[in-house]
Design a binder for this molecule. Structure first.
Ligand SMILES: Nc1nc2c(ncn2[C@@H]2O[C@H](COP(=O)(O)OP(=O)(O)OP(=O)(O)O)[C@@H](O)[C@H]2O)c(=O)[nH]1
Length: 318
């Protein structure tokens, strides 16, 4: 997508029937890195669609998850963390986030229960206060990680951060109040028919999901700065003739030869582990056996180079 053209997606399906008062529309989750946005989206949708990791800023792509309810359909646009731009990629993400904020029907502002409110949260709260068009529901995440007194304190602290339409404590890990969170978000959607067929959980192309699974596997156990320097492109994906096997060829791009060595590991050991981990996940996603061929390539300073960003697929989201 050249940008998030949500309006064009609002054309309803030729829906056979839907209950009176049905609501449908879009939400996005914002919050500083690592507050649990992706995990919460996965828990709401019930299938793994967005990359998660315990490192900040791993969500680079706008992935949609779709929550189907009897009375509503909530389409979640998973936005990258709002952060101050450091690289060209950072700047583009921020403008993407800002344009997303005005296009959705309701915004979920995520603040974790297990950390004091910090500058990052206040920065985003200020950004959200500036836009007045879209209702904002504050979601106090990770409530399982603290006791109920702390949750209560955090609810109070978050309520003082801005003028939120609602505040909901929620835990993706324990599943606590996921239903309430969805219900509250849905209450801000316009009335209308479902926009997606019932079985869809995401409209991300399969190749993009596969690329993210490979990227996620490649991040495990490597130095902290590496995550920002890895991009994955699925070069080719084809069912093998006369076989149940799917052949997938993918390239893992890093910025420097030294990073290439880290990703590959001694005698290729690390890359083999990455491949095995990713393959298991891809097989689960596709429901078929997979042959995965991974190549590691160096694309110098790809984060700062618009042409390389385009080649690596980032113009599709930005
Ligand atoms: N205890 C607990 N941990 C959680 C919960 N949700 C997420 N986490 C952990 O918090 C970390 C960050 O979660 P993510 O979902 O990747 O966070 P994010 O906000 O999407 O992060 P970015 O992609 O960096 O913006 C991971 O280590 C998760 O396992 C929760 O409900 N409870």
């Amino acid at each position: 997508m050249s940008d998030l053209d949500l309006e064009s997606l609002r054309v309803p399906l030729a829906a056979p029937s839907y209950p009176e008062g049905f609501r449908s529309g879009f939400t996005c989750f914002v919050g500083r890195p690592n507050v649990g946005k992706s995990t919460l989206m996965n828990a709401l949708v019930g299938q793994k669609v967005a990359i998660t990791s315990n490192r900040p800023q791993t969500t680079r792509r706008t992935v949609r998850g779709i929550v189907h309810r009897e009375d509503a359909q909530l389409i979640i646009v998973d936005t990258p963390g709002l952060h101050k731009p450091r690289t060209l990629l950072g700047e583009r993400l921020d403008s993407l986030v800002r344009s997303t904020l005005v296009e959705v029907d309701v915004i979920g502002f995520c603040v974790p229960a297990d950390e004091p409110i910090g500058r990052g949260d206040t920065y985003i709260a200020r950004e959200l206060a500036e836009q007045r068009e879209t209702p904002v529901v504050a979601l106090v995440t990770k409530t399982d990680a603290v006791d109920s007194d702390r949750v209560a304190e955090q609810l109070l602290a978050v309520s003082e951060l801005g003028d939120w339409s609602d505040i909901v404590p929620v835990s993706a890990a324990s599943g606590d109040r996921l239903d309430v969170a969805t219900g509250v978000l849905c209450s801000y959607l316009p009335e209308g028919p479902p926009l997606y067929p019932g079985e869809d959980l995401t409209d991300e192309p399969e190749e993009m999901l596969i690329g993210e699974l490979i990227r996620e596997a490649s991040l495990e156990g490597v130095r902290d700065e590496l995550p920002h320097s890895i991009a994955v492109v699925v070069d080719e994906m084809e069912p093998r003739e006369d076989s149940e096997l799917m052949d997938i060829y993918a390239s893992l791009y890093v910025e420097r030869p030294s990073q290439k060595a880290i990703v590959i590991g001694g005698k290729g050991a690390r890359l083999r582990q990455v491949g095995a981990r990713a393959r298991a996940q891809i097989e689960a996603l596709l429901g078929t056996r997979v042959y995965l061929d991974l190549r590691v390539r160096v694309a110098k300073d790809w984060q700062r180079d618009p042409k390389k960003l385009r080649k690596l697929g980032f113009d599709q989201q930005i």
